[in-house]
Ligand binder design. Structure first.
Ligand code: ZN
Length: 337
């Protein structure tokens, strides 16, 4: 090999210097072994865009990632025995209370409907608020959204609707929320009587709703009449006074957007009686979960749960005295069932 290098240099003496240098570099790397001349590949550290699409009948459902967080065990209320078990399990698996925040886009072919809007900038920490960016990555613009269906007015579900400056993020959308929900969080009288810890929830709900109310885009409902074709309103009060699920059906397939029926899936599916401190009516929240879970575990219905691990889509099955979560498995096959 050395002879080859020397001979090459002699032959190429009269050619341009850069060419000789390049040739020598190639030959030197060949002598030293493959890839030795390459720099180490830098780590990229960015991620694929946070959206996941799924076909439900003729509907295109796109889960939009808003962010992740960790649910504090002190936010859960259960019996001492259950909570001791949670503490022990958490010690063994520090990730068991990891949660996501997700909104969902439903393209019916006629309308673009957003179900919950993530936290925007209204839920501190900076780990949330990615939904609008991921909606763009998914090929849509906020201006294209026709309707927003709101499960409830906690800021991790509606913060993404409005900027801190009071600007509507979805300027062409009509927002729909249960009347009981709107009446509760937007009432100055109820807010004034609420405990200090709860005050920020009222303040954010009012600030987020304000520009839509002003624009005549804030609508409330109190009956079961569907807002769009093929959709059913599912009253799920308990977590909040007007907490509402939305069930869409198409070609015999169903998907239920169930809001905050489950916060900590690895606790509340095995122990549906465990509530969260954010549940306004603890008894009603547990009763609603106990009523809903058996139904959805016995039906073939896709569940969209904002705080399930992303893409927050899956199915529920009965398991022992509780339930198990079967998340969707990634596929790029659009027709996958
Ligand atoms: Zn929530």
């Amino acid at each position: 090999m050395r002879a080859l290098v020397v001979r090459s240099r002699n032959v190429l003496k009269r050619k341009s210097i850069p060419f000789v240098a390049a040739l020598l570099a190639v030959l030197a790397s060949f002598v030293a072994g493959p890839n030795a001349a390459l720099d180490a590949a830098p780590q990229h550290r960015d991620q694929v865009p946070g959206f996941y699409r799924m076909k439900v009948g003729d509907l295109e459902v796109t889960a939009l990632y808003d962010g992740t967080g960790v649910f504090d065990p002190h936010w859960l209320n259960g019996t001492k025995a259950t909570m001791d078990g949670v503490a022990k399990a958490l010690h063994e698996d520090p990730h068991m209370l990891d949660v996501a925040d997700t909104g969902f886009l439903v393209n019916t072919g006629k309308q673009l409907i957003l179900v919950d809007a993530g936290a925007g900038t209204w839920w501190g920490g900076g780990a949330l608020g990615r939904l609008a960016g991921n909606l763009r990555s998914a090929g849509y613009t906020p201006e294209q959204v026709d309707i927003v269906l709101v499960t409830h007015l906690h800021s991790d579900h509606v913060g993404g609707l409005t900027t801190q400056e009071g600007k509507r993020v979805f300027p062409n959308a009509d927002v729909y929320v249960a009347k009981a929900e709107s009446d509760f969080w937007l009432s100055p009288e109820i807010a004034a009587k609420a405990p200090k810890d709860a005050q920020p929830f009222f303040q954010s709900a009012q600030a987020i709703a304000a520009p839509y109310i002003k624009a005549g885009r804030w609508h409330t409902f109190s009956g079961p009449e569907p807002i769009v074709d093929g959709m059913q309103i599912v009253p799920l009060h308990g977590h909040t006074p007007g907490h509402t699920g939305y069930e869409f059906s198409s070609k015999g397939q169903k998907i239920l957007f169930l809001g905050d029926i489950v916060h900590a899936l690895r606790v509340q599916l095995q122990h549906p009686e465990v509530t969260a401190i954010f549940d306004i009516d603890q008894t009603a929240a547990a009763a609603m979960r106990n009523q809903l879970l058996p139904r959805i575990a016995s039906e073939d219905v896709v569940i969209a749960g904002p705080h399930m691990n992303f893409p927050a889509l899956g199915r529920l099955h009965k398991e022992g005295s509780g339930y198990s979560w079967a998340p969707v498995v990634f596929t790029d096959q659009w027709d996958a069932k």
